[in-house]
Design a protein around this ligand. Structure first.
Ligand SMILES: [Ca+2]
Length: 338
């Protein structure tokens, strides 16, 4: 109810992320309760795929832990127009957990979400999963299907805003507006063991973690100095990254099975090492080559939108470094249909 920036309320303990809620007095801050939460807004978002988290939360009256997603861009307007997906939300000491879908259409009917109650194991770790496709949201608890929300033919954004990227939120909230808070049970904790996101990608070896090799990326070099290589340092995630060093270089991958006349988003994390200029881009897709300049010495997500030509079903994606000596790195490529 009152999110705090204090690290006492959102911290790592052994292998868990712990989110806490209590009524401790914080000097200079006279609200009655403090809660902890984290989110990936502006840092990580995705569209379509599978997301799951393993978590365990305390039960007690007033406790309200949650694992949910909100729209990154509010494409259809502010809440609830652009949607909200609650993959796990638990209240008090109830024996079921909630998996909710918000739509503007439903909001006009009764001001509420479409609420699904799912069985779970109380006072234990449970795995909560959402499988998100172009026309369905399918929910699971501990690998068992619980319920689904589907896009019907003819549905517009009012019933299906779920064609836009969303970000992830974990928190341990509370409420004394709807219920009383059992002060004897405080503090309440939500412990998150892991969260994982799986997405089908057109790009292979997109994180450079397979066999310390470039395959199926190909190297191009304007001269013999330096190298196009996979290195065991400067990773954005995992152990490895793509490295370009020395003079003018690039690494390229031909992606296939694309649809004609279709808009895609290419994303990659890239940074400059000792180099002065690099870019991530795409060419040979039926339009003009488009690139995004890498200008930072820390990993920044590059994003390129392109639309395939009327007869094009492939594209060449690349990471390029200019002719000045030095290094540049890239990692975690992805290509999604918009
Ligand atoms: Ca990597």
């Amino acid at each position: 109810m009152y999110l705090t920036s204090t690290s006492n309320y959102a911290y790592q303990n052994d292998t868990n992320l712990v989110l806490k809620m209590d009524n401790a007095v914080i000097p200079g801050d006279n609200v009655p309760y403090h809660t902890g939460g984290i989110e990936t807004r502006d840092k990580f978002n995705f569209k379509y795929g599978m997301i799951e988290a393993r978590m365990k939360y305390d039960e007690g009256n007033g406790a309200w832990p949650a694992f949910w997603m909100m729209p990154q861009f509010n494409t259809y307007g502010g809440w609830p127009r652009s949607g909200e997906i609650d993959i796990c939300e638990h209240f008090n000491t109830t024996t079921t957990t909630q998996q909710n879908v918000f739509t503007y259409k439903q909001h006009l009917i009764n001001q509420k979400a479409i609420i699904y109650s799912a069985p779970y194991i109380q006072n234990a770790y449970n795995v909560y999963t959402l499988l998100w496709t172009e026309n369905s949201l399918r929910f699971f608890v501990n690998g068992k299907f619980t319920t689904s929300y589907n896009k019907a033919p003819g549905d517009t954004w009012e019933a299906w805003p779920y064609d836009q990227p969303m970000y992830i939120i974990f928190n341990q909230s509370c409420t004394d507006t709807w219920w009383y808070i059992d002060l004897n049970k405080l503090p309440f904790h939500n412990r998150v063991d892991y969260v994982r996101v799986y997405q089908a990608s057109h790009i292979y070896n997109a994180g450079f973690e397979y066999g310390n090799a470039l395959t199926p990326w190909t190297a191009w070099s304007a001269n013999q100095t330096g190298a196009v290589s996979v290195v065991n340092n400067n990773a954005h995630s995992g152990t490895n990254a793509l490295s370009l060093s020395g003079g003018e270089k690039s690494a390229e991958q031909l992606v296939t099975s694309l649809k004609p006349n279709t808009t895609y988003v290419l994303k990659a994390y890239a940074k400059l090492g000792t180099g002065t200029g690099a870019s991530v881009g795409v060419k040979n897709y039926g339009g003009t080559t488009v690139g995004s300049a890498v200008t930072s010495n820390t990993y920044t997500q590059q994003q390129i939108t392109f639309t395939t030509g009327a007869t094009n079903t492939s594209a060449l994606i690349y990471f390029y470094k200019n002719s000045v000596n030095g290094t540049a790195y890239a990692d975690d490529f992805s290509l999604e249909e918009l």
